[in-house]
Design a protein around this ligand. Structure first.
Ligand code: RTP
Ligand code: MG
Length: 136
């Protein structure tokens, strides 16, 4: 069954110049792009997106980081899109992410791990509304 996922190339990915590389991997996998935009997040938007982590010790840093420069938000669609992109992204901590995955190939630290991908259909629905309200 086709589903949608919200993907971010985080500010470190934009700064590092790997936006094209990430999008290329998404397309190569067979996922279809249905929305794509460079965005500068307001603090409130970042806090809403990462609300599940509000009580974590790294929350402040996470919000600073994600609002620290432009990011690329996109929605991709396809069969098992959510799981498929999490697989492309690799483990949250880049030193545990396998080579061949985005984080495994491009990152070293958990706080700067290049991409975000929704982790469930419920998260995807919530996050797509935050970044692309017009998609509802
Ligand atoms: P994301 O939400 O960004 O796609 O990453 P994820 O699902 O793989 O990981 P999650 O547990 O949702 O964590 C969100 C982001 O918070 C940062 N983090 N820092 N310092 C730490 O221990 C720590 N743990 C998580 C990471 O940048 C992670 O992507
Ligand atoms: Mg997450």
């Amino acid at each position: 069954m086709s589903e949608r996922t919200l993907i971010l190339v985080k500010p470190d990915g934009v700064r590092r110049g790997v936006v094209g590389e990430v999008i290329s991997r998404i397309e190569r996998k067979g996922l279809k792009l249905v929305a794509l935009e460079l965005q500068n997040l307001a603090r409130e938007t970042a806090e809403a997106h990462y609300a599940e982590h509000a009580d974590k010790p790294f929350f402040g840093e996470l919000v600073e980081f994600i609002t620290g420069g432009p990011l690329v938000a996109l929605v991709a669609e396809g069969p098992n899109a959510i799981k498929a992109f999490r697989q492309l992204a690799g483990a949250t901590n880049p030193v545990e992410a396998v080579p061949g995955s985005i984080r495994g190939d491009f990152a070293l630290e958990i706080g700067e791990n290049i991409v975000h991908g929704s982790d469930s259909p419920e998260s995807a629905e919530r996050e797509i509304k935050i970044f692309f309200p017009e998609l509802g």
